[in-house]
Design a protein around this ligand. Structure first.
Ligand SMILES: Nc1ncnc2c1ncn2[C@@H]1O[C@H](COP(=O)(O)OP(=O)(O)OP(=O)(O)O)[C@@H](O)[C@H]1O
Ligand SMILES: [Mg+2]
Length: 487
């Protein structure tokens, strides 16, 4: 590095203090160190005075420009470096950081920093990053590669996230189901909250997904939160996320909540009747204000979402019992959609059964399942407490038991066909024990089908303790050996 200094100034200063020899030694060492430092950095560096005259110029920069550093001292910077703005920074006093400058046919990353004393610019330090520029070049390439990968993944994620069910997945030809689908389509054209109610298995989630899919938000995420599956104290962080270090046990990097992840899509609050009372005002606030704060956060975050909720509980009754907030209920149910139980739209039973069998057949190469007249009659005669889900489960079981493609009465569960009754009618006292056992087994099967194999729900429905339910399942060979009783 070559540094220009005024020997007269130096002598004046040195003569005023201590031993001149000592001072000169000291200053020489400092200059040498400064010179070595600037010459050993991987960047081109130069310093101008406040008028743009070059007063320092390092060796790497000289090598890069193919000039002798010493010859540049005392020249105006515009004569030394093309497209320079050092003299402008000397005037404005404003630093220019990480700008690009075209030098020797390349775009370089440069910094120009004004050096001030008593508020006045006395020099400007400039540096050109070349080694790093090459790195930056490859970094930029890698970055753009990564960016395009991210785009691909984003598209894939949208496809994966996009809902499985559309309006066409909702089967049935009854006037009721047609009218429900019409209402759902109408709701999809708005941005208003929809509350879907109906018994278990009637297809509430199907409707929620179909509404999202038919709405303008279809390419955005569909984020489902099952309110019955989340422990009370985790609700807030599930919905709103938390900042790093928000509480002990929190992941150190923080966690996004559903309202972060929704990014313009739909939030589906399933089993919304199970939303804890203390969470209700918080949910109400985000619905009304369209903004939220993360736990431990200080920032208010805007949220763009559409809300769909579903429940098989009677929220009106819960309001009377003061376990549900009226204001939240009104917010959630701007558009109410009540899905009628299957037994009240019997015209749907066979079309639904056929559609489900078609769907199963599509996944079973070489086999197309169909029902015999007898089997159809049995399905038509049943009351369907578990609605469409029960029908789905029964047909899946039937397909698994039948050896052919034809499903007849024998392939349907005993509790549907009433075969137990027939047996019991022809048996004497000796078999009463067996008859009762069979009835018990059927009841267990039916309830499990109804609850989608959820043992806790099944135990509740049957009025049994879970442990006893497990014992009974084992007794009847209905237990899953891999099941440890956790569900
Ligand atoms: N109209 C329908 N068309 C097609 N499939 C249906 C229909 N109704 C119910 N199903 C079947 O029932 C299953 C359960 O539906 P879904 O999960 O939407 O019920 P749900 O109303 O949310 O029940 P729960 O209250 O128990 O959560 C679906 O996966 C589907 O197989
Ligand atoms: Mg559901």
């Amino acid at each position: 590095m070559t540094i220009m200094f005024q020997p007269s100034d130096l002598n004046q200063k040195l003569s005023r203090q201590g031993s001149i020899r000592q001072k000169i030694d000291y200053l020489q060492k400092r200059l040498e160190l400064a010179e070595l430092t600037l010459n050993n950095i991987y960047n081109g560096a130069l310093v101008t005075d406040e008028n743009g005259i070059v007063i320092m110029f390092n060796e790497p920069y000289g090598r890069f420009l193919g000039v002798n550093p010493a010859d540049q001292i005392g020249r105006h910077v515009t004569e030394v470096v093309e497209n320079t703005r050092m003299h402008i920074v000397a005037r404005t006093g404003e630093a220019e950081v990480n700008q690009t400058q075209h030098i020797q046919g390349q775009d370089m990353v440069v910094q120009r920093i004004p050096i001030k004393k008593d508020g006045r610019v006395i020099a400007v330090f400039g540096q050109v990053m070349f080694k790093n520029v090459r790195d930056l070049g490859s970094l930029a390439k890698r970055l753009s590669l990564l960016e395009s990968k991210v785009r691909v993944y984003e598209e894939e994620l949208t496809t994966l996230r996009s809902t499985k069910y559309t309006m066409d997945s909702i089967h049935g030809r009854s006037d009721t189901i047609r009218s429900l689908k019409k209402q759902a389509l109408k709701a999809a054209r708005t941005n208003l909250p929809v509350l879907i109610t109906g018994e278990s298995g009637t297809g509430k989630e199907l409707f929620a997904q179909a509404i999202h899919h038919s709405s303008k938000r279809r390419t955005k995420p569909f984020i489902r939160l099952n309110c019955s599956a989340i422990p009370k104290d985790l609700f807030e962080s599930e919905l709103f996320g938390y900042e790093r270090g928000a509480f002990t046990g929190a992941r150190s990097e923080g966690k996004p909540g559903k309202f972060d992840l929704v990014e313009g899509g739909t939030i589906f609050l399933d089993e919304v009747g199970d939303l804890p009372l203390e969470m209700q005002p918080k949910l109400l606030r985000v619905i009304e204000e369209r903004e939220f704060e993360r736990i431990g956060g200080t920032r208010i975050i805007k949220a763009d979402f559409r809300l769909i909720s579903a429940t098989n509980q009677n929220l009106q009754e819960m309001i009377s019992a003061r376990t549900y907030r009226k204001d939240l209920f009104y917010r959630l149910s701007v558009i109410p959609l009540n899905v009628t139980p299957l037994r009240e739209r019997r015209d749907d039973i066979l079309p639904l059964a056929e559609a489900i069998l078609d769907d199963i057949s599509d996944h079973t190469p070489g086999r197309r399942f169909r029902l015999t007249q007898g089997a159809e009659n049995i399905l038509l005669g049943h009351n369907w407490p578990g609605n469409g889900r029960e029908l789905h489960n029964i047909l899946e079981q039937a397909v698994a038991t039948t050896e052919s493609e034809i499903i007849d009465e024998d392939d349907l569960p005993i509790y549907l066909t009433g075969r137990t009754v027939a047996v019991s009618a022809t048996t004497g006292d000796r078999l009463l024990k067996d008859i009762l056992a069979q009835a018990e087994k059927d009841a267990l099967r039916q309830t499990l089908a109804q609850t989608r194999n959820n043992k806790t729900k099944a135990a509740r429905l049957l009025g049994l303790h879970r442990t006893l339910l497990y014992k009974k399942l084992k007794k009847h060979g209905l237990h899953d050996p891999a099941d440890n009783g956790a569900s």
